[in-house]
Design a protein around this ligand. Structure first.
Ligand code: NAD
Ligand code: TYD
Length: 352
């Protein structure tokens, strides 16, 4: 490492996307020094970064982004900030939304407030989501100037965080850039999320719970493609700008589950249709011409993205078996116990 060290304050780096991003930073930017501020909620997992835990350029700080004094201290060292810290699972926001509001809204505000007093901060990249637009119609694609229409406590909390960012851009000229990625998939994603849940349940020959009719549409973005986009936005995004990050991989959920089973050589009758999620957004789809114009485009198509993700779970049983043993058991019972008891069987058939 030469004398020109660049310090990146990363929040929520023990989670899925944050850990992939930190690994990328340390790999791609030899001058990077990373401070990872993470509270280690149920979703934070130190196994995610064990390969860099002893690196000279990496420092872990266990703490809360709502802790103003701690955040102010760390912010003084930062050239760049990336805010991944969040409660990220829609289903949990339907059980209890409090922590979502606290972390997303108050936590983001706390970071911004420290950032505006920071002596050398160049850019603050905030992680939002394509869910801020709410569901879109069949041939629609959200553009960055579209209005927010959040429909879950999760997505509403993400809008709250974005509005804090906008306030600090307008009031103090803070160089905040906002990213709105689609559904990520890939290594180290918590097994509560759809693809890891399908993969790990299939590996154990347990049912795959599909909400409603399974005809909801998500756009599947490989996490390393997203991290490449975030790296670009952090360094070259227009201050005050928001950028969609999509993949062009829109598929019905049922198609995703079928592909996971095919990859693993498991029977389709593991699929079980269960009671739908309340307020379930039918379709997300973003137009991402704006980030394309900066020179980024996704490298993974649908099948490749899902296949690489599923293979990681096949090869990383040590990682997810530990997660399954913990608080996840109670969550799973609450979320799926009654649903699976009343499930409808799989029937292959024509799709609209
Ligand atoms: P994740 O749930 O895997 O990780 C979140 C991390 O934040 C965890 O390590 C957790 O310990 C930490 N954290 C939570 N509250 C904290 C607090 N108060 N202080 C400090 N740390 C805290 O989430 P993810 O999937 O990696 O998502 C990262 C970000 O990207 C989130 O802001 C999410 O809304 C956004 N996003 C995710 C996706 C996706 O598909 N996963 C898509 C679009 C946007
Ligand atoms: P999820 O991974 O929770 O991401 P998000 O809700 O943020 O898009 O879910 C992806 C899709 O899969 C979503 O339409 C809900 C659906 N889903 C199921 O059908 N069954 C499940 O058990 C889960 C967790 C999700």
């Amino acid at each position: 490492m030469d004398g020109r060290v660049t310090t990146y304050l990363i929040t929520g780096g023990c989670g899925f996307i944050g850990s992939n991003f930190i690994l990328r930073l340390l790999r791609e930017h030899p001058q990077a020094r990373v401070i990872n501020l993470d509270k280690l909620t149920y979703a934070g997992n130190q196994d995610n970064l064990r390969e860099v835990a002893d690196d000279e350029g990496y420092r872990f700080v266990r703490g809360d982004i709502c802790d103003g004094a701690l955040v102010e201290d760390l912010m003084h060292e930062a050239d760049y900030v990336v805010n991944f810290a969040a409660e990220s699972h829609v289903d949990r926001s339907l059980m209890a939304g409090d922590e979502f509001i606290r972390t997303e809204v108050y936590g983001t505000y706390t970071l911004l407030e420290a950032a505006r007093r920071s002596p050398k901060l160049k850019r603050f990249l905030h992680l939002s989501t394509d869910e801020v637009y709410g569901q879109v119609g069949e041939r629609q694609a959200s553009v960055e100037t579209d209005p927010f229409r959040p429909r879950s406590p999760y997505s509403a909390s993400k809008v709250g965080a974005e509005m804090q960012c906008v306030a600090f851009v307008e009031t103090y000229g803070l160089p905040v850039v906002i990213a709105r990625p689609a559904n990520n998939v890939g290594p180290r994603q918590h097994i509560e999320k759809f693809v890891p849940l399908c993969a790990t349940n299939a590996l154990m020959d347990e049912p795959l719970p599909i909400y409603g009719d399974g005809r909801q549409v998500r756009d599947w973005l490989y996490v390393e493609d997203n991290c490449e986009a975030l790296d670009l936005l952090l360094h070259e995004g227009e201050p005050g700008g928001a950028y969609n990050v999509g993949a062009g991989n829109q598929r019905y959920n049922i198609e995703v589950a079928e592909l996971v089973l095919d990859i693993l050589g498991k029977p389709r009758n593991l699929i079980h249709f269960v009671e739908d999620r309340a307020g379930h957004d039918r379709r997300y789809c973003v137009n991402f011409d704006k980030i394309r114009a900066l020179g980024w485009s996704p490298r993974h198509g649908f099948a490749e993205a899902i296949e690489k993700a599923v293979r990681w779970y096949t090869d990383s049983r040590w990682w997810w078996e530990k997660v399954r043993e913990g608080e996840f058991q109670q969550y799973y019972r609450e979320q799926y116990g009654k649903r699976l008891a009343e499930a409808r069987p799989y029937a292959a058939g024509p799709r609209p």
